[in-house]
Design a protein around this ligand. Structure first.
Ligand code: ZN
Length: 124
């Protein structure tokens, strides 16, 4: 995925916005919303008894970037999310492409040295 980081260029104000599901998650292909549990009162239509039902609802993720700070990586579509878009256009947020870092090559595994082979060379 194409990732960018955002740096708050505003000299005084921290940047605060919300990653709206419709404009970020759906375009970015992964939902960043936080699932928040809640309880809802439900009335039984037959008995009239009111009970509590547990449920989960998605809360859009809030983002706050301190003055001069750089955010965590976001999917590139963050630049189109309302709030972010305006700040980027106004120069209050700088978009920094995240260069994918090649995974470190695994340490070279040396084949175990077999000792004593030389001595066992055939003596004809
Ligand atoms: Zn979402």
């Amino acid at each position: 995925m194409d990732l960018v980081q955002l740096r708050n260029e505003d000299p005084t104000q921290p940047f605060v916005a919300t990653l709206l599901h419709d404009s970020y998650c759906r375009k970015g292909g992964s939902c960043e919303c936080q699932q928040e549990s809640y309880q809802a009162a439900v009335q039984n239509p037959v008995t009239g008894a009111v009970g509590l039902r547990d449920g989960l609802r998605a809360q859009p993720k809030g983002v706050s970037i301190g003055v001069g700070k750089t955010s965590e990586p976001f999917a590139r579509c963050v630049v189109k999310v309302p709030g972010f878009k305006e700040a980027i256009q106004a120069g209050r947020l700088a978009v920094i492409p995240v260069v994918p870092v090649a995974p470190p090559s695994p340490p070279a595994v040396e084949p175990p040295r077999v000792r004593g082979r030389r001595e066992s060379a055939s003596s004809e």
